[in-house]
Design a protein around this ligand. Structure first.
Ligand SMILES: Nc1ncnc2c1ncn2[C@@H]1O[C@H](COP(=O)(O)OP(=O)(O)OP(=O)(O)O)[C@@H](O)[C@H]1O
Ligand SMILES: [Mg+2]
Length: 453
């Protein structure tokens, strides 16, 4: 695995440098030291994926270094290097948290294999922590961007180009459910960072204080309840991609802190005293119009330009009607994996209804409509009624622009859904496949109010 950071400690600097040279030639970022105190300082200052330490050193033993390292940074893996004949010590070291040991003298191959194995399992541990939070069923085509409409082909082409470069920040905008997160994952998966973590943070989900420690981590004792040092998402995303979702919701004071990382490539942990360096590509996404937010004083203009080096604008589903049926087919095929049975087919009428529907919740709404339809279908096929969509009648005489027509359709769809759900915003929004916030925003925009009865 390329680009991971390794600290090598041996009281013979020559020996440390020898190991360091081998590892750096294999693509790791290495630091070689002979002084244990200096090594601990390093560990406090920046995150290392791995520490390789000699066991017997004058003054401070490798065992103490191990204990200290685990204390400072529990996520850091430690490999002990020990002389032949001191195997009991190595066993002891494993008990207190070392991942593995190497008996001196060791060959280049033994070194590389052990380091690789330890780092791989360490990555699994780190990823598991994040995976737990994700409900998504895994599977390859889960991340495929489906659609051959010209607007979608353009997006795919852009994503490929963006992925060639691994540093430039990307800002993905588009309405709710248009596939912003999917696009972000696609960029990561096509880039050289693909073997390294993709870490997503929803900036709207946490209050400011928590978001800061979530992003930057905190030192032990930084605040009440901070019983251990905890790494932030920026650190976990080191050498990978950090996806800042709903960036438009980020508090203005956090925006300044984020700007600093983007400008200087370093940040402070909460309660920390030393700046931490990371190598992270930032992809952010929002369904807000950030230029409007800037004008309203809610978003920093300088941050906007930092984030928006490459803009990716996701097309609306209603503007690419020809992609609707291919998406239906795509979701039908995935249905098997989610439910363990075949999804029903759609009748021609049901297909017609989908193609004429406005999809205020875009692809996510299409997905939800199909899940519901598959559940409600009585026969072997999904009928138009099973979709639960009210199709707006073709607008009659008045010569309206496409925009007006589609807004009217959206307004109507919202009104119908609200009616069906007795104006309960939570169930209406989930039926439409949009967030409650988006729903409220639309209600305002279309001036929709619960009728007094
Ligand atoms: N082009 C596409 N092909 C296949 N699936 C898609 C496509 N676009 C979106 N999806 C699916 O639709 C759902 C919504 O996509 P995603 O979460 O990426 O949207 P989003 O723009 O981030 O939405 P929100 O603003 O609500 O967070 C996901 O299940 C995603 O897999
Ligand atoms: Mg999203």
């Amino acid at each position: 695995m390329p680009n991971q950071s390794v600290l090598i400690l041996d009281d013979s600097l020559q020996q440390a440098e020898l190991v360091s040279d081998i590892l750096s030639q294999a693509g790791y970022r290495t630091t070689a030291l002979s002084n244990p105190l200096q090594a601990m300082e390093e560990l406090k200052g920046s995150f290392f994926h791995l520490v390789l330490t000699d066991l017997s050193m004058p003054e401070i033993s490798g065992m103490e270094v191990l204990r200290e390292a685990k204390q400072i940074s529990p996520e850091t893996a430690v490999i002990i290097m020990t002389a032949y004949g001191t195997i009991e010590n190595a066993v002891e070291a494993i008990k207190i948290g070392a991942s593995d040991y190497l008996t001196k003298p060791f060959s280049t191959d033994q070194l590389l294999i052990t380091v690789d194995r330890v780092l791989k399992s360490q990555q699994v541990v780190m990823e598991n922590r994040l995976l737990k939070e994700r409900l998504e069923v895994s599977g390859k085509d889960e991340f495929e961007l489906v659609g051959n409409h010209a607007s979608m082909l353009k997006i795919k082409e852009l994503i490929h180009r963006v992925a060639q470069d691994s540093k430039t920040p990307v800002l993905i905008t588009g309405e709710s459910g248009t596939g912003k997160e999917l696009a972000a994952r696609a960029i990561h998966r096509l880039s050289v960072r693909k073997e390294n973590p993709f870490i997503a943070v929803n900036c709207a989900a946490l209050p400011v204080g928590l978001l800061e420690s979530e992003l930057f981590g905190h030192e032990k004792g930084a605040f009440t309840g901070a019983n251990t040092r905890r790494l932030g998402r920026f650190m976990l995303a080191d050498s990978g991609t950090l996806f800042l979702d709903e960036i438009g919701e980020m508090d203005i004071s956090m925006q300044s802190k984020l700007l600093r990382v983007l400008q200087e490539g370093e940040f402070m942990m909460v309660g920390g005293t030393r700046p931490q360096r990371v190598d992270v590509r930032v992809i952010s996404a929002t369904n807000r119009n950030l230029l409007q937010e800037i004008r309203a004083g809610r978003f920093r203009e300088d941050l906007y330009y930092r984030l928006n080096v490459i803009p990716v604008v996701m097309p609306l589903l209603r503007d690419r009607v020809s992609d609707i049926l291919p998406l239906v087919e795509h979701f039908r095929q995935q249905y098997w994996r989610r439910h363990g049975r075949m999804a029903p087919m759609l009748t021609p009428e049901a297909q017609e209804v989908l193609q004429n529907y406005n999809f205020p919740g875009n692809v996510r709404e299409l997905f939800n409509v199909l899940e519901r339809g598959s559940l409600l279908a009585h026969g072997p096929q999904i009928e138009a009624e099973d979709l639960g969509l009210v199709c707006t009648p073709a607008v009659s005489n008045a010569p309206v622009s496409l925009r007006e027509a589609s807004e009217e359709a959206e307004r109507q769809a919202l009104a119908d859904a609200l009616e069906r759900h007795h104006w309960n915003q939570r169930s209406t929004s989930s039926a439409l496949g949009i967030s409650e916030r988006t729903l409220r925003y639309r209600l305002q925009r279309y001036n929709l109010r619960k009728p007094r009865s």
